[in-house]
Design a protein around this ligand. Sequence first.
Ligand SMILES: [Zn+2]
Length: 402
Amino acid sequence: MDVSAPAPWSAVRMSTADIREANVAAVCRTLRGHGGLTRAQVGRLTGLTRPTVMAVVQQLVAQGLVVEEGQLKAASGGGRPGTLLHFRSRARVVSAVRLRNARVEVTLADMAGNVLAHSLAPTAPEPGDWTDLVASFAGRIAELRDAHPDLGPLAAVAMTLPGSIDRARGRWTVVRVEGWSDLPAADALADAVGVPVGMVNVVAATLIGRLAQEPAPAQSAALVYVGHGVGSAATVGGRLIDGATGSAGELGHCVLPGVEALCRCGRRGCVESVTSVLHLRREFERITGRPAPPTLAGMEDSGDPAVLAMLELAARRLALAASWQVNIVNPEVVYFGGNPFTDGCTRFFGWFAEELRASAYRPNSAGLSVLPLSSGATLRGAIQVASELLPPFLRPELRLVC
Ligand SMILES: [Zn+2]
């Protein structure tokens, strides 16, 4: 269909600008999906008229988004050869910034999600104020961008931060730091770098990253993540659930009946207080008198029956809380892991999956997939968040956050 000539009876009235943008998006999508195509082939695949294709391609070439390279050989039956057009995924770059253990990790990726450059640097020894931290993010992005002059301009950034993220409002809260509440971090970084900036917490980024690897991801999925904190994230209808203040998925602070352990949040009995990395390591050391291995798999390998009993109790408690989420959200799939600490654990995952199936309501658990998730998806998720902030005609077809 050529949208340059909308039917007069059409119920949806599109402005000229809307039509132009839809045509540009159609040409970009077609070239991204097919590699080298001639203008005539683009016209056939999009249904756009020849003059429209010519005009759109001219605009995209001028913007550096499309390059002309190579010729389509004439078919034996005649026909004119045509210059091949290619979409340049590197014509714009997106950046993912992650604050992790007092270090800033900056990544540049192309519009297809391929990582092009990466840097890891300590933050200032004592960032006096959150604005210093944001300024250091901007500085690191600029450094990495300047080190790769062959890449296109920066077009969007996503920040992955610890603490609470209100993604819709771009606000950041770190409960443990006095005064670091409801900080307008996204706007501050956007002012510094001059492009749209999104925010996402590590658990949500990990789930998004996992789903972005699928050609047709589950419409409703959840992730249970065990790190220094314990959290979850979920999608419904193919979109991430944020909640009113961005705090959806605080699985770690659901209170377990009969548990008295003190949580970092100041309350007693939170799931996190008896299932986090900190708890599991502390318990391992108390039981064995030895330093805890860096991973859950290492703890399982100790073979100590008291350690295994401790891990089983934690796995089943975590699964009990996750079963409430399964009953409420009714996901198709629950992933467990996403963090190096949980990589390769088998027994803990087995107890978790078994208890989750046993505790969830049967109609919700009957068709449920429970799958381990190895680390590495978090960065992919942040790149996806940044990519969804690109101008509409350059956004990925798969949309998970907006
Ligand atoms: Zn708590």
